[in-house]
Write a protein that binds this ligand. Structure first.
Ligand code: WQD
Length: 334
């Protein structure tokens, strides 16, 4: 089975390439290094002792995408390639819609042309907007997204549903990620965002490493157990394993459109994360309580039962694993 992985050098893409290679898939990779580094290719090889056939470029380049399908008999595509910073998306929405939506339209057009209709799409829990109840199930209302990043994911979900409705021989799985954190146990792969991290964990590891002075906790007046935001943190390796399960589901079903939450089902507050990080890694994290961040919701965590029942997917890593692996990656690489 040959799988095209777009965004193969990114945080989740690279961990998924490792799982694909370890499960004897052949991987064709595409990345433009807009938020990743070429050295990741070598790290994937060091972990798996296997190489991926790599193409550098952008999914908006229809000629390049066509060449990939001409030169390789692609059986399935896993599409990770997207910008993903919520705050940034508010300031540059046009770039986000071009990169996150137009690129998928080009991908779908080329897939159709070359009769490859098996797709795993990287979506996000942000499509639920402000959840009306937690834990969140896949039939919870979607919409009311609070930023262009989340809206771009919602738009692609609608596009995929329309494509499937027009031709039910498509075989599509939409995966709604909750909060991916952590790193590969080898510390060769992990989360290494450009510039100042927008997300909680990479910010904490930079404070732990002395690169940033203190963590700002965005609000302690939410309607939660300790007033700080609650999220469902999932180890990136568990998340990657979820993609293998999704691919196996599509291989078995041959056609259909499937939607799954990928989360642990447990919500942790910001202060839970800080305290557990301190205890796990035997250190103190300096923080201050700051005003709420625009677009944040109080509480967001998954009901993971559908993925468990239909994909046989269960998270194996604990919060301690996530926080230990994240810190090991930071201190061994930066
Ligand atoms: C988590 C919690 C913050 C930073 C987003 C996207 C989601 C996915 C993950 C792409 C919240 C608090 C954060 C900080 C803080 N992105 N926080 N201080 O916003 O839940 O999800 O990133 O895949 O789609 O929506 O993640 O890590 O930014 O925030 O207090 O410096 O940590 O308020 O409660 P978020 P996050």
């Amino acid at each position: 089975m040959k799988v095209l992985v777009t965004g193969c050098c990114g945080y989740i893409g690279s961990h998924t390439c490792v799982e694909l290679l370890d499960n004897n898939y052949e991987v064709i990779g595409l990345d433009n290094f807009s938020n990743s580094k070429k050295e990741v290719l070598d790290k994937i090889k060091r972990i798996t002792s296997k190489s991926i056939k790599f193409y550098e470029g952008n999914m908006l380049n229809e000629e390049l995408l066509s060449r990939i399908f001409v030169e390789n008999k692609i059986d399935a595509v896993i599409d990770f390639a997207a910008y993903k910073a919520v705050g940034e998306s508010i300031s540059i929405p046009i770039d986000y819609y071009i990169n996150n939506v137009s690129s998928v339209l080009i991908l779908l057009k080329v897939m159709k042309k070359y009769k490859c209709k098996r797709l795993v799409f990287s979506s996000s829990a942000t499509v639920y907007g402000t959840p009306n109840k937690v834990p969140i199930t896949e039939d919870s209302p979607i919409g009311g997204t609070t930023n262009p990043y989340g809206t771009s994911k919602l738009m692609v979900e609608h596009i995929l549903k329309d494509v499937y409705k027009s031709d039910p021989t498509w075989d599509i799985c939409i995966l709604r990620y909750f909060n991916p954190i952590g790193a590969h146990s080898s510390s060769l792969l992990g989360e290494n965002p450009n510039g100042i991290p927008a997300n909680l964990l990479p910010y904490i590891t930079r404070v732990a490493n002395g690169k940033l002075a203190e963590l700002s906790v965005f609000g302690d007046d939410y309607d939660t157990k300790d007033g700080t935001g609650i999220r469902d943190y999932i180890h990136v390796v568990d998340l990657a394993r979820g993609h293998i399960k999704a691919l196996q589901k599509l291989e078995k079903e041959k056609k259909g459109l499937y939607i799954y939450n990928l989360g642990t089902g447990t919500g942790y507050s910001v202060l839970d994360i800080v305290r557990t990080f301190e205890k796990t890694n035997d250190m103190k994290i300096k923080y201050r309580i700051a005003p709420r961040r625009e677009g944040d919701v109080a509480s967001c965590y998954a009901d993971p039962s559908k993925a468990r029942e239909e994909l046989g997917f269960e998270c194996e890593k604990t919060l301690v694993d996530m926080l230990k692996d994240a810190w090991n990656f930071e201190k061994r690489n930066f």
